[in-house]
Design a protein around this ligand. Structure first.
Ligand SMILES: Cc1ncc(COP(=O)(O)O)c(C=O)c1O
Length: 455
């Protein structure tokens, strides 16, 4: 890579680079941050500043940076077979090994994988696959997929349509037909006077109302993230998932758990479905599967759908050039083996997850924090104007951005969704890293409160 000064990199950025999910107008007049290297749970920018990564890249670098094992596997596979496709009755060894490993790790109903290049592509595959499934059953009228407001399922046409982000729907004429949305189980914002459990049941029962409005013979599937990630680390109240499952069963609707964030240890189990007792028919996965070292996703396909596709479906007219890319698959296999060898999932469940939860709960006493919540190593703090009435700031987003910027100045990357501060650190963080992350957060909360005149 060429050596440039920060100003030179920034000039290249300004002149040639369109960033994803970025206010391009604002950025164009400002300077981007250039990240040049990383090791463990730290990143360095082009000015040599070190920052603690409280967000695992983008919910994905679960095994941390600088794992030479993964780089070596990629280099070896690139020399042996850098690419071959899976079309035309062909497969490659790393892809088959990964499919076998996923069948072993995932809940018992999953024995097959369909590979993709990302989580968004996995959700595009989901839309095609569930509609194809019902077609094969002689119920081609079942085309509607029900999702939730404020869900995130990716940024392709189908992914963004399944997602429940209004600001995404507004650009590009979305959602595509036959995608419907119901209320999200976000008690803190929407629960009013109901207890979390009462509210969870109310939110779940919206699924039944929607099915009855549409007619069950039109509904193909329900999709939900076990914990909504990008929407604000929204952990559903106890009872929510059980009720959703009962409704899906009653109307024979396929259940899709989007495990793109929750999968591969984030919640302290291999899958969020394990943590929440969900028994899905399909699971899109990506991110943590390769710790983000190379782009790869998959749809884990439960036996009911897989057997139908195999036994009755004939050709499935769908796939990507990079479905089952051998180098990405080899890295994913190596990543999963590393996770197992280091007992990372068990450590999140029994040690670092509970430790993080304890420290985060201590921040709930801060005057700005209305709620602290976490599961495994994903967590959130709600910053509010009034704690007792759960009242948000009038202009939502400003306080969260301010807190995020103070954290960055002090050497910590966090993310803010409106005024909710989100945490999703690499799963390899140890207790001392968690101490550092929470201390830096506490100081940015203080600085935010001082700036608002609250402290
Ligand atoms: C739950 C969920 N599904 C799907 C996606 C899309 O994945 P990708 O960005 O790899 O396309 C994401 C990305 O954040 C996600 O959080």
């Amino acid at each position: 890579m060429r050596q440039h000064t920060t100003a030179e990199w920034q000039a290249l950025d300004r002149d040639h680079y369109l960033h994803p999910f970025t206010d391009l107008t604002k950025l164009h007049g400002n300077s981007s941050r250039i990240i040049t290297r990383a090791e463990g749970v730290y990143l360095w920018d082009s000015d040599g500043n070190r920052v603690l990564d409280g967000f695992a890249g983008l919910w994905c670098v679960n095994m941390g940076y600088g794992r030479t094992e993964l780089a070596e596997v990629a280099a070896r596979q690139m020399q042996e077979l850098p690419y071959y496709n899976s079309f035309f009755n062909t497969a490659t060894p790393p892809t088959l090994e990964l499919a076998e490993l996923l069948a072993e790790l995932s809940p018992p109903q999953f024995n097959y994988s369909f590979f993709t290049g990302s989580g968004s592509e996995a959700n595009d595959t989901i839309v095609r696959m569930v509609r194809r499934f019902w077609d094969i059953q002689g119920q081609a009228g079942r085309t509607v997929i029900i999702s939730r407001d404020n869900a995130y399922h990716g940024s392709t046409m189908a992914g963004a349509s399944l997602g429940g982000m209004d600001y995404m729907h507004k650009q590009g004429g979305l959602p595509i037909p036959d995608i419907e949305h119901i209320m999200q189980p976000y008690w803190y914002e929407l629960g009013g006077d109901l207890s979390p459990e009462e509210f969870g049941l109310r939110a779940a029962r919206e699924l039944e109302s929607k099915i009855l409005d549409l007619g069950a013979d039109r509904v193909a599937a329900f999709i939900g993230e076990p914990v909504q990630g990008a929407g604000g680390v929204i952990i559903p109240p106890p009872g929510y998932w059980a009720e959703i499952q009962a409704i899906c069963k009653k109307y024979d609707i396929l259940l899709i758990a989007d495990e793109v964030i929750c999968g591969f240890g984030r919640t302290g189990a291999w899958f969020g479905s394990d943590t929440f007792g969900i028994v899905p028919d399909l699971m899109p996965v990506a991110k943590g599967m390769s710790s983000g070292y190379l782009p790869i996703g998959a749809v884990l396909v439960g036996d009911r759908v897989a057997h139908s596709l195999i036994e009755q479906g004939g050709e499935f007219n769908h796939g990507y050039t990079y479905s089952g890319h051998p180098v990405c698959a080899a890295v994913a296999v190596a990543n999963i083996r590393l996770m197992r060898a280091e007992g990372i999932v068990e450590r999140v469940a029994s040690d670092t997850g509970p430790y993080f939860s304890k420290l985060l709960q201590e921040l709930a006493g801060h005057p700005l924090v209305g709620e602290a919540r976490s599961v495994g190593l994903m967590g959130a703090l709600e910053l509010v104007a009034d704690k007792s009435s759960r009242t948000f700031f009038p202009k939502r987003g400003d306080t969260g951005s301010m807190c995020r910027d103070f954290a960055l100045q002090d050497g910590l990357i966090l993310r803010a969704t409106k005024d909710t501060m989100l945490f999703s650190p690499p799963l390899v963080m140890d207790r001392s890293h968690i101490d550092e992350m929470v201390e830096l957060t506490a100081s940015s909360l203080d600085k935010t409160a001082q700036a608002l005149g609250i402290l």
